[in-house]
Design a protein around this ligand. Structure first.
Ligand SMILES: Cc1ncc(COP(=O)(O)O)c(C=O)c1O
Ligand SMILES: N[C@@H](CCOP(=O)(O)O)C(=O)O
Length: 462
């Protein structure tokens, strides 16, 4: 299995090299050269299997000979052992035909743990046998950063620096990143929004002196392994509702487009997905684009679903690559136009995108109303991101096809917003009881590439 860049100019890499490289050297994102498929019988056989067994079947074809079967099984087992639910990703029925996929039972209470816990294990195995070390730099709107710090804290051969937008994440998210005491993890509060953090991260990858000097690696969904791990729960949830013998639809609260793109990969692999619905908050660039209005940036307006306050949606590049018939030069041109404000999607590419993705948006008021209504009608307390998914799913579902909405975070990560909408204070799990008592360690940094690279160079352990 080889991985190629969405911009067509970087060398093709193995799974392990693509995983450890992060961004391709032409600025693109790695994708598999060919998407492997699973036949009907293989998918049907997943019924009744554990999450770990399904994970092995789904991910194995992408990994090639990087890990032996036994090693890969052991890595998967370790990755999910610390989850707080035996099913790992349980399904809860909201009403007839509408289900919630709870993806928040991992150590940091968001769906990011599914991939990050696995990547932590994959990195450790690969780095120790290569006898190498890396510097991970990540950009976060709150959840990727906490999941990455949790997965990599205390490791000898990894230093981690996480850029988050100062003042634009929830207090629980911030404390999850600023309270770990291990000296290999660093929370950096940057002036600006998430898009600025992600842009500086990509600038670092494109500065080859810095990149090679610190041996830069990435764990955002830039990294193909992140997307891959998220494909698994589309299979596990769909099979438990009758796939592959019937079609299932999914609605996905969307920001950086990694999670919904994982659903698209599941569909390409042979999972009978009817509709993949993108749900955005008021920062609705993806909804506008999928409705044919072009991809044009505006100001990012802070919302009660801060993890989705994103306008430059990194993985949309992967979707465009397929929509433009894998023409790397065309994608590179669009990404250049995006730097100057935006681009229009050609008619042919738009038809391809619309054949795979539907979309909708939720305002702040919609989000609050959905949190309140879902609690009253189902007893389920939703985080604001999940509420956006539920609201859009309700609008888009079709009788006869089950709809699964991804619940991407635990309500306790956003207690102020959830309490304001529902009058219920969502408690943190007991293991996090002392989160507000721990002391914080954070460095305020400017939105300045040289200053950031300087800070990272000075704080790497030798
Ligand atoms: C809680 C939560 N929901 C939804 C999203 C959107 O996911 P994606 O960026 O993969 O589209 C994010 C962050 O990305 C998130 O942290
Ligand atoms: N919402 C994310 C944004 C980064 O997304 P990623 O999937 O590319 O890591 C976050 O919580 O940081």
């Amino acid at each position: 299995m080889k991985y190629i860049s969405t911009r067509g100019k970087a060398p093709a890499l193995s799974f392990e090299d693509a995983m450890l490289s992060g961004l391709a050297r032409d600025g693109g994102l790695y994708v598999p050269e060919v998407i492997p498929t699973l036949d009907h019988a293989t998918i049907a056989a997943m019924e009744g299997q554990s999450y770990e067994e399904i994970a092995f079947t789904v991910m194995r074809p992408f990994v090639g000979d990087t890990f032996s079967d036994d090693d890969f099984k052991a890595i998967i087992a370790k990755a999910y052992a610390g989850f707080g639910h035996d099913a790992r990703a349980p399904l809860v029925q909201l009403d007839q035909g509408h289900f919630l996929l709870e993806l928040f039972h991992g150590p940091t209470l968001a769906f990011k743990d599914f991939a990050m816990q696995l990547i932590g294990q994959l990195f450790q195995t690969a780095l120790s046998r290569r006898n190498e070390r890396v510097t991970i730099v990540g950009a976060t709107s709150g959840d990727t950063g906490s999941a990455a710090i949790e997965a990599f804290r205390g490791l000898d051969n990894v230093d981690v620096f996480i850029l988050y937008p100062h003042g634009r994440i929830s207090e629980v998210q911030r404390r999850q990143m600023t309270t770990p005491t291990e000296d290999n993890v660093h929370a950096l509060a940057m002036d600006g929004d998430f898009d600025a953090c992600q842009a500086r991260l990509k600038d670092m990858f494109n500065d080859f002196d810095f990149r090679d000097g610190v041996r830069l690696a990435g764990v955002n969904s830039i990294n193909w392994a992140r997307v891959l791990a998220q494909v698994v729960y589309y299979f596990s949830s769909a099979v438990s509702l009758g796939a592959p013998h019937r079609k299932i639809s999914f609605t996905v609260p969307t920001g950086n487009f990694g999670d919904i793109f994982a659903g698209y990969i599941a569909k390409q692999m042979g999972l009978p997905i009817d509709r993949l619905v993108v749900a955005t908050n008021q920062n609705d660039i993806l909804d506008r684009c999928l409705k044919g209005k072009g991809y044009h940036k505006g100001d990012t307006v802070p919302s009660i679903s801060p993890s989705m306050d994103i306008q430059v949606s990194s993985n949309f590049e992967r979707a465009l690559f397929d929509a433009y018939d894998r023409d790397g030069a065309a994608v590179a041109q669009l990404m250049d136009e995006l730097k100057a404000g935006g681009f229009d999607v050609s008619q042919g590419a738009m038809q391809v995108l619309q054949s795979h993705y539907d979309s909708g948006r939720a305002s702040e008021e919609d989000t609050r109303a959905t949190i309140k209504a879902a609690l009253a009608s189902t007893g389920e307390l939703l985080c604001p991101h999940s509420a956006i998914g539920v609201k859009v799913a309700e609008e888009q579902r079709v009788t006869g096809t089950p709809m699964i909405t991804l619940a991407t975070a635990h309500p306790a990560k956003f207690p102020a917003a959830v309490e304001a909408a529902s009058d219920v204070h969502p408690p943190l799990p007991p293991r996090m009881d002392d989160l507000y008592d721990r002391s914080e360690r954070v460095t305020r940094v400017p939105d300045n590439l040289d200053a950031l690279m300087d800070h990272i160079r000075k704080n790497i352990r030798s």
